[in-house]
Design a protein around this ligand. Structure first.
Ligand code: ATP
Ligand code: MG
Length: 576
């Protein structure tokens, strides 16, 4: 577990604080024992009065206070260590998830990812806040106590030396089993979260297909499996604590027996020493035992952590972005040479695509459904890494630029824009990083053909949308995404055209706005509607991911049979 130790190394200061506090703790335990035994010895054996022991009693109080104080310091530092570790793990996870959002979305259930992000990370807490502090205490305190006991009475030290290895030995055996079991448990929890969110999101569909009841059964089996896995983990926990108690009890008994023999039968030991040892021995075993419990939770956390780090270390072909700044105020030149993308071994393959996109020229990507149009836009946007070939912006490979810089210059109106829960206005201004005046926002709304909708709403732009708010139709969502783009005014615009039909008036508004946009930006459109295709200066026609033709509408009609079939079959209708 390398990453783990890196996290600990970064926090070496906290670890040092805990070690120093542990040494102080050991000292206070010995002092406490010494003072307590002194008081008892003086009062009961020597028959001293209260005034003779007042000083010792006051000291004892002070030592007790010190012991509580340092224990508190250790606990607090542990909790802070845990918080820091969780924060850095979540940051790493988020970074990882943001790296390949398109591909990830197709590969993993959202619920599963949320579960790793929330629950699995949370589960690692006890490693840092419980296990690490305990390991530090349990390796330092018993060592000091052992030395103190051995110096006072050699025989007791020898008994401790002989019995104590059984405790760590035992929890190593148990711990190995627990890690396996808790990995299973996290696996079950992820599965449960994954299918639960899936079912929740698809409830409408399931209801329409009368499958809601069946899915309830699925959830039931998933939860039962999760329960069984949890019970398994708990079972080992209980058995191991029982065994630990047993071992330490027997050991303390052994020491007590030996001391009793020396004190009463052989009479070669005084009361003070005997009592002192009898007070320190349980403390010694207590710390070892607590290490056993901590070891159990630590192992459980390790199970969770390996899930977290599996996710962080998952091999992924992502774009490695460069350092080149990008500053373009005019529409840039974009060219694709041999651009190829493969979703995976034996899966859909796009390309090779070769196309020169000069500013001022309208480019349309056309093709049947599933031919790879959206995939091509993902590739141009830098959301998917190329398998071969290159996308160049202003003559330089896209990946040589800084990711942030490129995204700043890009507007991508995807086929399924995401609407965040919040107001319409929040959703529109999300793309632009400078503050926008009311007029600019209203203008963007107008250009996107949304004024009518906004006008009809009681709260206008302040209407809540997204989850927990008012619903939006597919067409409205896309126009909202367009409003984002109009406001952002980026020099590169990728548009996955709405497939939903628009009324004539809205259509006209949009057409005019897009034409104006293309004067200030390089616009690449995935065209679904025939007249957008027809009007484009250049059409890239895709068939099964390959470029089947390239040119103007007239040229393609002449040269490519499939193109003719597609455009005439739809009978001049609005959509391909
Ligand atoms: P439409 O007109 O319906 O929007 P499209 O031309 O935009 O279709 P794409 O979304 O680019 O089609 O998909 C092209 C092909 O890639 C499809 O066959 C699809 O099944 C496949 N595909 C899409 N996403 C993934 C993914 N994450 N993993 C594997 N294959 C995928
Ligand atoms: Mg598409």
């Amino acid at each position: 577990m390398k990453e783990w130790n890196v996290l600990l190394k970064q926090e070496w200061k906290k670890v040092t604080i805990m070690a120093v506090a542990a040494l102080l703790l050991a000292a206070s335990i010995i002092l406490q024992g010494y003072l307590f035994v002194t008081v008892v010895d003086q009062v009961f054996i020597d028959g001293a009065g209260f005034s003779a022991v007042t000083m010792s009693m006051l000291f004892l109080l002070l030592v007790l206070w010190l012991r509580t104080g340092v224990s508190d310091v250790i606990a607090r530092t542990g909790v802070r260590l845990g918080t820091r570790a969780k924060l850095s793990m979540r940051t790493m996870l988020l970074g990882k998830m943001a790296k390949s959002p398109v591909k990830d979305a197709g590969q993993q259930q959202s619920g599963k990812r949320i579960s790793v992000f929330m629950d699995a990370v949370e589960e690692t807490d006890s490693y840092f806040s419980g296990y690490v502090p305990q390991v530090i205490q349990s390796s330092l305190v018993p060592l000091v106590l052992f030395i103190a006991i051995t110096v006072t009475h050699l025989n007791s030290g020898l008994i401790i030396l002989a019995t104590s290895p059984f405790i760590p030995l035992f929890y190593i055996i148990i711990g190995l089993k627990t890690k396996e079991k808790s990995e299973e448990k996290i696996e079950e929890m992820n599965a449960l979260s994954g299918s639960f969110l899936d079912i929740l999101q698809g409830l409408t569909t399931l209801k329409l297909f009368r499958k809601a009841k069946e899915q309830k059964e699925n959830i039931r089996t998933s939860s039962i499996r999760f329960r069984d896995a949890t019970m398994d983990v708990l079972k080992t926990a209980f058995v191991s604590s029982l065994m630990l108690e047993l071992i330490s009890m027997l050991s303390i008994g052994l020491i007590a027996l030996e001391i009793a023999l020396q004190l009463i039968i052989f009479e070669n030991m005084d009361f003070f020493t005997a009592f002192f040892i009898l007070i320190l021995a349980p403390e010694f075993y207590n710390f070892l035992k607590q290490l056993g419990f901590a070891f159990h939770t630590g192992r459980q956390s390790m199970g969770a952590a390996s899930k977290v780090f599996d996710e962080i270390n998952r091999e992924e072909d992502t774009i490695t972005w460069g350092e080149e700044p990008l500053s373009i105020s005019h529409p840039p030149r974009i060219s694709l040479s041999n651009a190829t993308y493969r979703y995976g071994e034996g899966e859909f393959e796009l390309g090779p695509v070769n196309v020169e996109i000069s500013p001022g020229k309208s480019i349309a990507i056309a093709g049947r459904t599933g031919s790879g149009k959206s995939t091509l836009l993902h590739v141009i946007s830098g959301l998917l890494p190329l398998s071969e070939g290159e996308v160049c912006v202003e003559g330089k490979p896209l990946s040589s630029y800084q990711e942030e810089e490129w995204m700043k210059h890009l507007s991508y109106i995807s086929q399924h824009p995401f609407i965040f829960s919040g107001t319409l206005k929040d959703n529109i201004i999300i793309g632009s990083d400078h503050s926008q005046s009311e007029e600019e926002i209203t203008k963007a709304v107008e250009q996107a053909g949304l004024s009518e909708l906004v006008g009809e709403l009681e709260h206008g732009l302040e209407t809540l949308v997204g989850e927990g708010g008012r619903g939006l139709s597919g067409g409205e969502k896309q126009r909202l995404a367009l409003a984002r783009a109009f406001l952002k005014r980026a020099p590169v615009v990728l548009l996955d055209e709405p497939t939903t039909g628009l009324d004539l008036k809205t259509e006209r508004i949009l057409k005019a706005s897009l034409e104006r946009m293309s004067e200030q930006a390089t616009v690449i459109t995935v065209a679904h509607r025939l007249h957008t295709i027809r009007e484009a200066d250049e059409i890239v026609f895709l068939e099964h991911g390959k470029v089947a033709g390239q040119g103007s509408h007239a040229e393609l009609l002449q040269a490519v049979d499939e193109y003719r079939a597609m455009t005439t079959l739809s009978g001049g209708g609005e959509s391909t």
